[in-house]
Design a protein around this ligand. Structure first.
Ligand code: SF4
Length: 348
């Protein structure tokens, strides 16, 4: 392993202590917590990555769903898609390492095209972003020529370039409500489309949502039975889920919101036990941030997000491979930027 930091025992022990302070509350698979020995084992990587990124004037952005050793151990910023795109926009460092999936790294490139953007996991996909192509969006626009097209941020740059406004799970309901049209095309999340329709009815501003695409392979798995199981095992539990879940699951949860929304909800809630119908990475972040609260996580890991590791982050910094370098045609950047800028404008 070509570390640039001499493997001095003292340095590694200091790093392991730092990591243990951050990761000690976090569960690994089968509810096993991180130990000091685990931290000592990854210390050569985290130490080297932190040193190299300083030398290279690089910034690491990590989505909350990636592994905790990246999120807590080496990232400069972590959060959900929206928070990270806001951050990416204003980064002045020369290089952005985006630990996430491909569409997210593309978003960073669109918003800050002069920077070199690298993704450790290479072309890591997403079951939502892969569910629709730009060509299919063009066909929808042809079929419904006057209808505004909203795309969830979990879509490719080419798809974003075909849409009028991009949205995230945090702003989708407000933006859908604010648009004057009575009909909207929404891609690529069929389950979220249903949740938009229901939420707009609840708000007294119903609209017809023409949806196409697929679903998130993590959030689509949760059922009403999972919620019932949590409630019977933990009578005081507060169950929270993401709007990428089925509408009937959202209907029986105590809170439905974006990744950031869930974090804010836990922070202001007086409850002690939370049932988390979402990706494991967010649960790990909450465990680290709220040691006095208990988080019950039934299951749900994103196989795409977990492709980012300390090892490939280290390697991407030192010797990026072609599939780790994000590059997009100028015309796609321009088109996609318009839909993202429209989102920032409508989110104010
Ligand atoms: S959690 Fe779902 S939406 Fe997020 S990257 Fe994974 S598959 Fe895509």
């Amino acid at each position: 392993m070509p570390f640039t930091v001499a493997d001095k025992k003292e340095l590694l022990e200091q790093e392991a202590h730092r990591l243990y302070g951050l990761l000690g509350y976090v569960s690994r698979i089968q509810a096993k917590k991180w130990t000091y020995a685990d931290c000592l084992q990854i210390a050569p990587y985290t130490l080297s990555i932190r040193q190299i990124k300083k030398e290279q004037n690089a910034v690491i952005l990590a989505h909350s769903y990636t592994v905790p050793e990246l999120v807590l151990g080496v990232a400069d910023f972590s959060g959900d898609s929206y928070a990270l795109s806001l951050k990416a926009k204003d980064i002045s460092a020369e290089k952005i390492i985006f630990a996430g999936v491909w569409f997210m790294a593309e978003t960073a490139k669109i918003l800050n095209p002069a920077k070199q953007v690298l993704i450790p996991a290479g072309k890591a996909g997403c079951s939502l972003a892969d569910a629709i192509t730009a060509e299919e969006v063009r066909a929808l626009k042809k079929e419904y020529p006057q209808v505004p097209v909203l795309c969830y941020i979990n879509s490719s740059a080419e798809v974003k370039a075909e849409c009028d406004v991009c949205v995230t799970s945090g702003n989708v309901f407000d933006i859908a409500q604010r648009l004057p049209s009575k009909e909207l095309i929404f891609v690529p999340d069929l389950l979220m489309a249903k949740n938009i329709e229901l939420e707009l009815v609840r708000r007294g501003t119903p609209k017809k949502i023409i949806a196409a695409g697929g679903s998130c392979c993590v959030h689509e798995q949760y059922t009403v039975a999972d919620v019932e199981k949590l409630r019977s095992a933990y009578p005081d539990i507060v169950v929270i889920c993401h709007p990428e879940c089925h509408a009937e699951v959202c209907a029986v949860c105590d809170y439905v919101g974006s990744t950031q929304g869930m974090q804010d909800y836990v922070a202001r809630s007086t409850a002690k036990t939370f049932g988390m119908l979402t990706e494991q990475g967010l649960v790990n972040r909450l465990e680290a941030a709220f040691a006095d609260k208990q988080f019950i996580w039934p299951f749900g890991t994103c196989r795409y997000m977990k492709q980012n590791t300390l090892e490939n982050t280290f390697q991407a910094l030192l010797e990026p491979q072609p599939e780790q370098v994000v590059s997009l045609p100028e015309s796609v950047i321009e088109g996609a930027k318009k839909s993202l800028q429209k989102m920032f404008e409508l989110s104010k």
